[in-house]
Design a binder for this molecule. Structure first.
Ligand code: PBE
Length: 266
């Protein structure tokens, strides 16, 4: 066990999220790279992970989670990323918008809006906080849109209005993607498209855009988190580039946990 007894106190458990999430592969790599022999990354869901964090935090119990930014949990709890000197979690990255081939021809206005969609961490966080405070995702998206007409005008600038064409947006139920997908979905709807949001797992999200059964996703974390999925599908999709920069993944603990680096888990 380690000097701080953190392993024994947590049962050598890193509380993870959905299998297939990029951060789950990164967390397993961390266990290997840092030789955290007794540790296991336990699968679950983003919602269950946050519930466990909430419970541990209330009781000031140690917990180690797979965490990412932006996320409302950093404003609600005092948390810290463990240092990752080996760079297993890939450092700072961003989120790309990826659409199906042919969308530009079939729905040029929607394609243009998706291409021009870009916002900041603080924007996404505002939507996430509204949802966390109990607002429905659609309502939270409408609220943000109403409060940010200038940004929305940049996304829709020069885009031809739709005529009720169907646009199917795929996403995974990560808090970040619930926020972004609802916002861009509403904007497309307000511009004449008939939008459907489909919640899927991460593999099917990429596969759906690649095989054309879905039109678009705004949820590709690159270059590191979704590297494997991206490499598998990149020739069959259109990558419209960043819609947000400055995301981060890592192992996260409450401030009161007395370690600073992944190496301290040894
Ligand atoms: N995440 C949030 C995802 C991407 C968005 C970091 C949990 C993942 O690990 O795949």
């Amino acid at each position: 066990g380690n000097a701080n007894g953190i392993g024994a106190q947590t049962n050598y458990k890193i509380t993870g999220i959905e299998p297939g999430a990029g951060i789950m592969a990164q967390a397993s790599n961390a266990v290997n790279e840092y030789k955290l022999d007794n540790w296991k990354v336990v699968e679950g869901s983003s919602a269950a992970m946050v519930a466990e964090l909430q419970k541990a935090y209330k009781n000031k119990k140690p917990i180690i989670i797979t965490g990412w930014s932006p996320h409302w949990m950093f404003s609600k709890f005092d948390l810290k990323y463990l240092d990752d000197p080996k760079g297993v979690f890939g450092g700072s990255e961003g989120i790309h918008t990826i659409v199906r081939k042919g969308l530009e021809q079939d729905a040029p206005g929607a394609y243009k809006i998706l291409d021009q969609f870009s916002w900041e961490t603080s924007d996404m966080e505002a939507v996430m906080v509204s949802i966390e405070e109990g607002m429905g995702p659609e309502e939270a998206a409408e609220k943000w849109i109403a409060e940010n007409p200038d940004k929305v005008a940049e996304w829709t600038n020069g885009a031809q209005k739709g005529n009720g064409e169907k646009i199917n947006l795929v996403y995974v139920a990560w808090d970040t993607e619930i926020a972004s997908t609802n916002v861009i979905g509403k904007v497309l709807e307000q511009n004449g498209y008939s939008v459907r949001l489909s919640q899927v797992e991460v593999g099917p999200m990429f596969a759906g855009v690649a095989n054309g059964s879905s039109d678009a996703m705004v949820a590709a974390w690159l270059p590191s988190t979704h590297k494997e999925y991206y490499n598998t599908y990149k020739d069959d999709v259109v990558d419209l580039g960043l819609n947000l920069k400055g995301t981060k993944n890592g192992l996260v603990v409450p401030e009161y946990v007395d370690i600073d680096s992944i190496e301290d888990l040894k």
